[in-house]
Design a protein around this ligand. Structure first.
Ligand SMILES: Cc1cc2nc3c(=O)[nH]c(=O)nc-3n(C[C@H](O)[C@H](O)[C@H](O)COP(=O)(O)O)c2cc1C
Ligand SMILES: Nc1ncnc2c1ncn2[C@@H]1O[C@H](COP(=O)(O)OP(=O)(O)O)[C@@H](O)[C@H]1O
Length: 311
């Protein structure tokens, strides 16, 4: 899969293309359904399936105070898209200049001239171009002129009767409902980052914890203790994860993410790891000292093992 971040360097063999466009934040079940439809329709017409996405949420440029935090980083999004059998993903730098393109300029310059679009597949509420003036009606009205076919995707429900959406995923993460998040995403939500040094208390307590660097990738869920899987390269371990400011102690950053890898003795400093979140166990508690904290950690480990099916 080509990853194109510079629009002046689009390889000529990306055309003729079948394109879908979107923020695809979180790359949830609904997004994956659109991408798989793109794949099928492209193959049926002998076109190259191409995803056009943005390097940041358009709101980050247009109204920064309203921009929601990303569920996945661009790097995580690309890792997920790489598994979808696409010919290319275009990561458009969503600059103020780009935001000012009229719907016509957007279609003509980017989709037609640079990407050779022959099929366009979008959701019914897709908006684009300056001020969000472009919509499905615009695309339908210009299909003959620009020589593309337009398909408006059906909505996919689920899980249950709510439509999968990035907003829903953010709401669920905020309350720590990572179980439902897993259903909406169609996979575990993952936090990724480098392991840095902490306060060195963990080993003393008997539970060393690998601390993720504050600039980690993936939206951090609400404070609490979680069961998960810890990925270091190809190695996967069961883990009990703590998210919060460790209220038992002073001076811990507000949103410290740290993971005790169950039953292992590892050197993880400097490693880039991934933590897949499976289920929330409980809230963060301010304990009266290390004794009660340690006793609770022992129970957390047992609960985690049970949840992960390794007890
Ligand atoms: C499974 C788990 C649950 C935790 N729960 C709490 C908690 O409820 N309250 C708290 O203050 N700290 C909690 N912690 C964080 C510990 O206080 C922290 O791991 C310890 O201070 C070591 O920090 P360090 O890695 O910076 O040395 C928890 C840690 C783990 C691994
Ligand atoms: N089972 C384990 N789970 C997590 N980290 C471990 C484990 N065994 C050893 N370590 C190492 O110990 C470090 C954590 O020890 P800790 O005393 O909590 O120090 P720090 O405060 O720097 O995180 C981790 O970064 C890792 O390198």
């Amino acid at each position: 899969m080509y990853v194109i971040t510079d629009l002046s360097e689009v390889p000529s063999d990306v055309a003729p293309s079948a394109i879908t466009i979107g923020k695809f934040d979180g790359l949830h079940h609904g997004h994956l359904w659109v991408v798989s439809q793109l794949h099928d329709e492209a193959r049926a017409r002998g076109l190259n399936p191409v995803v056009v996405t943005f390097d940041r949420h358009p709101a980050a440029v247009l109204a920064p105070e309203t921009a929601p935090p990303p569920i996945v980083s661009t790097r995580q999004k690309l890792d997920l898209l790489r598994r979808q059998g696409l010919a290319a993903t275009i990561v458009v730098p969503f600059t103020p200049e780009f935001a000012r393109l009229s719907p016509r300029e957007f279609v003509e310059r980017l989709l037609v001239k640079q990407l050779g679009v022959k099929l366009l597949l979008v959701g019914r509420d897709f908006r684009f171009g300056k001020g969000g003036e472009g919509d499905v009606e615009f695309l339908r009205g210009h299909a003959a002129e620009f020589g593309y076919e337009l398909i408006v995707t059906r909505d996919e429900q689920g899980p249950g009767d709510r439509r999968a959406s990035s907003t829903w995923v953010r709401e669920l993460l905020e309350v720590g409902d990572v179980r439902t998040v897993t259903e909406v995403l169609g996979r575990y939500h993952v936090l990724a980052g480098e392991i840095v040094h902490g306060a060195k208390r963990g080993r003393e307590i008997g539970f060393p914890t690998a601390n993720l660097s504050p600039d980690l990738e993936g939206l951090i869920p609400g404070d609490g203790v979680y069961a998960g899987w810890f990925h270091d390269g190809d190695a996967v371990y069961p883990t009990a994860v703590s998210i919060g400011n460790n209220p038992t102690f002073d001076g811990v950053p507000q949103k410290q993410v740290e993971a005790y890898v169950i039953g292992e003795n590892l050197d993880l400093y400097g490693r880039r790891v991934q933590i897949a979140l499976v289920e929330r166990l409980r809230s963060m508690v301010k304990f009266e000292g290390i004794g009660p904290l340690k006793a609770q950690l022992e129970r957390d480990v047992e609960t985690t093992k049970r949840i992960l099916g390794i007890a």
